[in-house]
Design a protein around this ligand. Structure first.
Ligand SMILES: [Zn+2]
Length: 353
């Protein structure tokens, strides 16, 4: 497994008091070292090159790319919560380059799986940014693999607590990318969209699958949703690669999200993704864990995710405090949502019939 990391990722620091802090990358690497993850013979660390303008333009409109470069030069924020600067831009390009390097490593036969550390800026669309995101490195990776290796079937599993509106918008009409997002009910969190009825359009109808979860949803119900939706769809779609996007913001102690995953829950989530990739696409998998807004639990969750991807049988890391219990109504609501998805998607997918 390859992990892409560069010291300059730390420049993706959105300023004092901002929940997106640049020290996350170094803290995570330190924790990985303490847990001996980097000593495993199967793990290789690679320093990426920055993504090129050409890489960006496969996804983003030229005028948007020019705008971001100009704002960065002037130190002007893109919006109130998404600042730019030369340092942030440099880090954003290196992080996107990390995703490309993961893809390269897999298709060069150097690795089966990859972790693009700090990757997954899913709120950026073709011609807009926002939600701490400038360039959509998930789509940049997809389009790179499409051009370079002729891939035609991608599955993106977005398990970030927020709906990945940017990634969803980019592929809303595209049947070559099955986008599945498991996130907190958009009526209660940014960006306010990502409802079950948003299933894609035109040729892409049925290829955008949203699983909104009520605040308070914990491990059991989360994994239930994953097994009811992600696993059967992956088996039926048979992607060539799975790209999994999300950091620690579904954790119960996160300050922005209200889902209630535990560290163990993240490990089980990641093991489910790895096992599914083994079944459907010869193990090809790239994890992009960008998010997380409680610095105490972020390294623990990213470690749990990485450990599941690398194939550890168990982890010894535990939550720093007792997780709150899930309300019984959560499971009922999720069952109803899956019922709704079944009705909406049964024409398209045999697994929902
Ligand atoms: Zn998020």
């Amino acid at each position: 497994m390859v992990i892409t990391f560069h010291e300059k990722f730390a420049q993706y620091d959105l300023g004092e008091g901002h929940p997106f802090r640049g020290d996350r990358f170094v803290n995570v690497m330190k924790f990985f070292k303490e847990q001996d993850l980097l000593d495993l013979s199967t793990v290789t660390l690679v320093e990426p090159q920055p993504a090129s303008r050409k890489d960006l333009l496969r996804v983003h409109q030229e005028s948007y790319v020019d705008l971001i470069f100009r704002l960065a030069e002037e130190n002007t924020p893109y919006d109130v919560e998404t600042p730019t600067s030369k340092r942030i831009l440099e880090a954003a390009l290196l992080i996107a380059g990390g995703a490309i390097t993961c893809g390269e490593s897999i298709y060069n036969g150097k690795a089966k799986r990859g972790i693009s550390l700090g990757g997954g800026y899913h709120h950026a669309g073709r011609d807009y940014g926002g939600g701490f995101c400038l360039f959509n490195d998930v789509a940049i990776l997809v389009e790179y693999l499409r051009v370079k290796y002729d891939l035609t079937r991608f599955l993106i599993l977005d398990y970030d607590v927020h709906f990945g509106n940017g990634t969803s918008d980019i592929y809303y009409g595209d049947p070559t990318v099955l986008y599945i997002s498991v996130h907190q009910d958009p009526r209660t969190i940014y960006p306010g969209t990502g409802f079950a009825w948003q299933i894609g359009e035109g040729k892409g109808e049925g290829y955008n699958v949203n699983v909104p979860l009520p605040p308070g949803t914990s491990d059991g119900t989360y994994l239930y949703a994953l097994n009811e939706v992600f696993v059967p769809l992956a088996e039926e779609f048979e992607p060539e690669i799975i790209i999994a996007n999300g950091g620690s913001d579904p954790h119960f102690a996160d300050i922005l999200g209200s889902l209630r995953l535990t560290v163990k829950g993240f490990f089980n989530l990641s093991c489910t993704i790895r096992k599914t990739a083994n079944k459907v696409c010869d193990g090809k998998l790239i994890l992009m864990p960008a998010s997380g807004y409680n610095p105490k639990v972020l390294p623990l969750c990213w470690y749990a995710l990485a450990a599941g991807v690398v194939g550890l049988e168990e982890i010894r890391v535990e939550d720093p405090s007792e997780p709150p219990k899930e309300q019984p109504s959560c499971r009922k609501q999720v069952e109803n949502t899956i019922g709704e998805l079944t009705r909406l998607l049964k024409k398209k997918w045999a697994c929902f019939q």
